[in-house]
Design a protein around this ligand. Structure first.
Ligand code: AOF
Ligand code: ZN
Length: 369
């Protein structure tokens, strides 16, 4: 931002987006939404949706504005809702408050809303404008946008690899591949996702807690382990530290004794198919049914490869550490059958590159053919 933040529609919408962005990770499957109400050159109300089941952004902002909402402009990062969900429709609240103008960043993809909120406001004679900072708002809610339409969790794969594509040394040692700033970002990502998923191999070798550790308190995701053979020991650290639920994804034929032991240790064990391997597409559907709307996938290489091969990864975040570890047996970041021809490679779109401390940070969205 420059020294003088010129006041205009965009600057008020940016304030609403900033408020929304800080609530990422605390609204479960709900979107993050911010609202700013301005009348005659003064901000008279501010609000953000902070928790599922509680007030929407507009409701908080309108309550603060009180009678000053009459004739005011409301800036909202998402189309005001038109449905009776856990809370009554926001568009009716805006109409009752006699707001004159509503500026919206993007429409709500929720099939129960999808434009109805906007038409309701227009019918009531309110001036409605849509599309201001739309890209930012869409990106901020990319996980909600997928889940609300497909009921499948949005999967962000995050990994750290060496320049030669390795997750660890041949001994299995992986502390640490990337630098401290990259690791802080990882913990912020854990806060922002409802689940964190690893393979049994990683869970056994690293014995991770899979918690969110930041300099401020943060939300811990549900810990999910893909474990067809139920190799996760009941005394694993994540089961000893019950800071959040543990879900073990397995198959119908898994050993009943091990199943009972994991359950006794506090894990929820979910069957995903009756083959030798966990049916990952079915697993995603079952997690979606449990309203786990977003998952941070933190590998290993086999799970990353399998998820990519099945088209189940929505977004990739990769820290590339400027070092080479070598070793034919050292695990690679994506392990799967692979393709014969370079032309068959899975391309990524909207790729961005940044330096994070000493590391190179690459993000992008896989495009499945
Ligand atoms: C808004 N403002 O601040 C939010 C909206 O279960 P409910 O009642 O909270 O409804 C959730 C749905 O409402 C959610 O799927 C999305 O369509 C919309 N979220 N709408 O006008 C808000 N959080
Ligand atoms: Zn609403």
């Amino acid at each position: 931002m420059s020294t003088i933040d010129v006041l205009n529609d965009e600057s008020y919408m940016r304030l609403a987006l900033d408020m929304a962005s800080k609530a990422q990770g605390q609204t479960e499957i709900n979107p993050v939404v911010g609202c700013v109400i301005v009348r005659e050159g003064r901000i008279v109300g501010l609000g953000a949706h902070l928790r599922r089941g509680e007030g929407h952004a507009e409701v908080h902002a309108l309550r603060m504005a009180g009678e000053q909402a009459e004739g005011a402009t409301a800036y909202v990062t998402l189309e005001p809702c038109s449905h009776h969900g856990r809370t009554p429709p926001c568009c009716e609240r805006l109409i009752e408050a006699k707001v004159a103008r509503v500026v919206v960043a993007c429409t709500d993809p929720n099939p129960q809303v999808a434009g109805r909120g906007l038409s309701r406001l227009r019918e009531a004679g309110i001036a409605v404008e849509v599309g201001l900072l739309e890209e930012e708002s869409l990106r901020m809610n990319e996980m909600f946008n997928k889940f609300i339409v497909t009921r499948m969790p949005f999967v962000t794969m995050k990994s750290a690899m060496t320049l030669d594509g390795k997750l660890a040394a041949k001994s299995g040692d992986s502390r640490y591949v990337s630098g401290p700033r990259a690791r802080e970002m990882t913990h912020t990502l854990r806060h922002r996702h409802m689940g964190i998923m690893v393979g049994a191999e990683t869970a056994i070798v690293d014995d991770p807690e899979l918690s969110t550790r930041l300099s401020v308190p943060a939300v811990h995701p549900v810990r999910i382990v893909v474990d067809a053979k139920l190799r996760l020991p009941p005394e694993a650290r994540m089961l000893r530290e019950m800071i959040a639920p543990v879900i073990v994804l397995t198959v119908a034929g898994a050993d009943p004794g091990k199943r009972a032991a994991l359950k006794a240790a506090g894990a929820e064990v979910i069957d995903c198919g009756d083959g030798d391997r966990v049916d990952l597409a079915l697993a995603m559907r079952k997690l979606g049914e449990r309203e786990i709307g977003s998952i941070l996938l933190e590998g290993g290489g086999k799970l990353n490869g399998a998820m990519l091969e099945l088209g189940l990864i929505d977004k990739l975040l990769l820290f590339v550490a400027p070092k080479v570890i070598g070793g034919a047996g050292a695990p690679g970041v994506f392990q799967f059958e692979g393709f014969e021809k370079m032309a068959q490679a899975i391309p990524f779109r909207d790729v961005q590159v940044e330096r994070i401390g000493a590391d190179i940070f690459v993000s992008g969205y896989p495009e499945y053919g």
